[in-house]
Design a protein around this ligand. Structure first.
Ligand SMILES: C[S@@+](CC[C@H](N)C(=O)[O-])C[C@H]1O[C@@H](n2cnc3c(N)ncnc32)[C@H](O)[C@@H]1O
Length: 735
């Protein structure tokens, strides 16, 4: 079970020196390319071309070829070494790590691979040291829109009615101008001054009295109304506060008045109206008021997620890092906090393994056969064991798409639902473009480009199908909404409704996927240009980039927690332990259970932020009988505490962890471990003083913090190191 972590795309500069030697290299590359076009499954050609690219110092191409050679033939350890070193040189650290790992599977002791891994570690650390490490992360509110959701206009009217009926609050028309005696006006002004002073002094009862005196005289004074509303708000009288604000006519309301109204409406639990007021406040403040922007997103988080978390011990709120999950009651270590089902999912093929087991392409249910599990052993098994397998291995009845005959499902229900949701549009039999997408996916991103060259067309660390499925789902919903409204052509509202479920997922990253992968942009447009029923989707560069980063920030890898193997094993437990049949099969059982992995986007799970001192862990789970994820408490969690998972292997030292996080997710981790551990023995983890030639002494317990003096050690211990020293780390596998 892994979070899909990846390094963001970087544009590499190509080096090519125009020397006779390099001309010769170019010639060899040309010859090899021709051979590759003829025999695209020949690993040797790719390896040889990778060697040529390495000579040219074109490390990106060298890595791509070496990786592909290894995909075709895992035993090519030299390709792992070459590719890993090339990837390290061009900064593709994630790629380097995974290609070295493939090699190590073949030969754990290969010296060149081990050397390569050490160089990789050094390069990651160096890049962290030389990168612009100004630790200003992103601003989460800037990533979130304030645009209304479809149907909000009707909800707005409904909430206005609730405000009126339940709290007797409504917009008040402008009061007629009153002639006020100058003496009285003078007294009102004095009372207002006194009210203001009391407010500053924190004497809110006195302030209220003074403002009320003044408002009674100057009933139409909008400044007095707003000030009194603020005092009512502080004195926890939201109804009176709101009534005062309603006396201020809309065009005269300041950003502060709209903001206060938004906060009051949050208390009345009228989120759409609250959003309306806060949006107005944001517009008037020209987006510069951070508090308003955060309030808006808090309202939105609660309105979108409260229904999802209704029976759960958690809530979703908005913080400086965007959405975050908080405990609403104490949770015990080991408890499952919540489970979540994916909104979109697709098979995941890791770089280092072939997907030997099939899973339902729609729901992810494992379709593992006895052969998938026992492989060759099945043929050589003794007769008794074979009989046990035949009688106890659950029968799965995979159903294949009747059009393409390529995509498998666990049942006709899944096949039909998949057809309606996405497969009708994406079925490889539908068009050249859909077949091409299928082939690129099967070839882990490789295919023939428009100019006839065989190259990596998709370099995402997840399947391009995720994006295609998002768009296919949107197209399917647009059709539904359009038909439901009896229209022949979709309206803006239909599009907005169809896109709404995907608005929950944050998208953040640098670089342009559309620029890096123009071929993908082209085939996606070829596919979605005609979605049937007159519906067209224009996949612009911005659309591709947005969806790409949504997937990159939120995807989670998971697999069916209860496979046919588990059911088989359960069946065995019904045997008498002395039964020779049961004993006959034991020797064939293996700890390694092959899985059908999927990567999916999970609405609630995707709100979990990262911490290197995570208090929850994500595991394979089941939701309504189909595979999903479960979030389990790793430690006791107190009410009000944020739940954090980890996106990386937290056993790594701080410098490496932070470098991985920055490269993969573009933020500097500020978790307690990152704050109260150090980088190395040459910098004091407390005061940051640099050591000379003699390294500082480290914390004797965790060896992850170093100090120039015992005073610094004591301060750091008190301030937070004691919280992080010696906590159990999550050795999440990361890809
Ligand atoms: C799976 S989402 C987590 C929820 C996210 N905060 C949101 O608003 O949707 C992952 C993204 O959250 C942000 N994030 C997660 N953990 C963070 C942390 N410790 N510090 C800063 N940003 C974090 C990053 O933008 C990351 O790409």
């Amino acid at each position: 079970m892994i979070f899909l972590c990846f390094f963001q795309t970087h544009n590499m500069t190509e080096t090519s020196k125009d020397t006779p030697k390099s001309k010769e290299t170019d010639k060899v590359i040309k010859q090899l390319s021709a051979k590759i076009n003829k025999e695209p499954k020949n690993a040797g050609h790719f390896f040889k071309r990778a060697q040529q690219y390495s000579k040219k110092e074109d490390y990106e191409k060298c890595f791509n070829d070496a990786k592909h050679a290894l995909d075709l033939d895992e035993s090519l350890v030299d390709a792992a070494v070459l590719g890993g070193e090339a990837a390290t040189k061009c900064g593709k650290f994630q790629g380097a790590h995974s290609i070295f790992s493939i090699g190590l599977k073949q030969n754990k002791k290969d010296e060149n691979l081990i050397k390569g891994l050490k160089k990789l570690q050094r390069a990651i650390v160096d890049s962290y040291d030389t990168e612009d490490t100004t630790e200003q992360g992103y601003n989460a509110v800037d990533l979130c829109t304030q645009s209304p959701y479809p149907g909000d206009d009707q909800l707005l009217n409904l909430e206005k009615e609730i405000l009126d009926r339940r709290h007797d609050i409504r917009e008040v028309s402008r009061l007629p101008k009153k002639e006020i005696d100058p003496d009285l006006r003078q007294r009102a002004a004095q009372a207002a001054m006194a009210g203001h002073k009391s407010m500053i002094a924190g004497k809110f009862t006195d302030a209220l009295e003074s403002f009320t005196y003044a408002v009674d005289i100057e009933t139409d004074n909008i400044i007095l109304r707003r000030l009194r509303a603020e005092v009512f708000f502080i004195n926890q009288d939201p109804v009176s506060a709101m009534k005062d604000l309603m006396h201020i006519q809309k065009p005269e309301r300041t950003a502060d008045a709209w903001k206060l109204g938004g906060k009051l409406l949050m208390e009345f639990k009228l989120p759409v109206l609250a959003e309306f007021w806060l949006r107005k406040a944001s517009e008037l403040a020209k987006g510069k008021d951070e508090e308003t922007a955060i309030c808006f997103q808090k309202v939105r988080a609660h309105r979108l997620y409260d229904p999802l978390t209704k029976d759960m011990p958690v809530t979703v709120d908005f913080t400086m890092y965007g959405k975050a999950v908080f405990a609403v009651k104490d949770i015990k270590a080991g408890d499952i906090v919540f489970s979540d089902a994916p909104i979109v999912t697709t098979p995941y093929i890791a770089d280092d393994k072939k997907q030997v087991v099939k899973g339902c392409n729609h729901c992810g249910t494992s379709l593992m056969t006895a052969r998938d599990y026992f492989q060759g052993k099945l043929d050589n098994m003794d007769a008794t064991a074979k009989e046990v397998v035949e009688n106890n291995w659950p029968v799965t009845k995979p159903v294949v798409c009747s059009e393409c005959k390529l995509v498998t499902y666990c049942s006709n229900i899944c096949k039909n639902t998949a057809w309606e949701r996405h497969h009708e549009l994406l079925c490889p039999s539908r068009s050249k473009a859909t077949k091409k997408l299928y082939d690129i996916d099967q070839n882990k991103g490789w295919g023939t480009d428009v100019d006839g060259t065989w190259k990596e067309l998709w370099s995402g660390h997840f399947s391009a199908y995720i994006l295609a499925k998002i768009w296919a789902n949107i197209a399917a919903d647009v059709k539904l909404w359009m038909k439901q409204d009896g229209k022949d052509v979709p309206e803006m509202m239909h599009w907005a409704k169809a896109k709404a479920p995907f608005r929950k997922f944050i998208a953040f990253g640098v670089g342009s996927a559309a620029n890096d992968m123009p071929y993908i942009l082209k085939i996606m447009n070829d596919i979605f240009r005609d979605c049937g029923d007159g519906i067209k989707m224009d996949i612009t560069e911005q659309e591709l980039n947005g969806r790409y980063y949504q997937a990159a920030c939120n995807l989670q890898i998971y697999s069916d927690p209860v496979t046919p193997y588990h059911k088989f094993y359960d069946n065995l437990s019904n045997f008498n332990p002395e039964d020779p049949k049961a004993l006959s099969i034991l020797k064939y059982l293996d700890d390694k259970i092959p899985s059908a992995s999927f990567s999916g986007m999970f609405p609630l799970h995707a709100c979990l932020n990262h911490s290197c001192m995570n208090n929850v862990e994500v595991s394979d789970g089941e939701v309504n009988g189909v595979p999903g994820v479960s979030v389990r408490a790793k430690t006791d969690i107190k009410e009000g505490e944020e739940l954090t998972t980890t996106y990386i292997d937290t056993t790594m030292p701080r410098r490496l962890r932070r470098a991985w996080m920055y490269k993969s997710f573009n933020f500097w981790c500020q978790c307690p471990r990152c704050q109260f551990e150090g980088d190395d023995a040459y910098s004091c983890s407390n005061c940051k003083k640099r050591a000379g030639d003699t390294p500082f002494k480290g914390c004797g317990k965790c060896h992850r913090a170093w100090y120039c003096s015992s005073d610094c050690q004591k301060i750091n211990w008190k301030e937070g190191h004691k919280l992080v020293c010696g906590v159990a780390h999550s050795k999440a596998d990361y890809s």
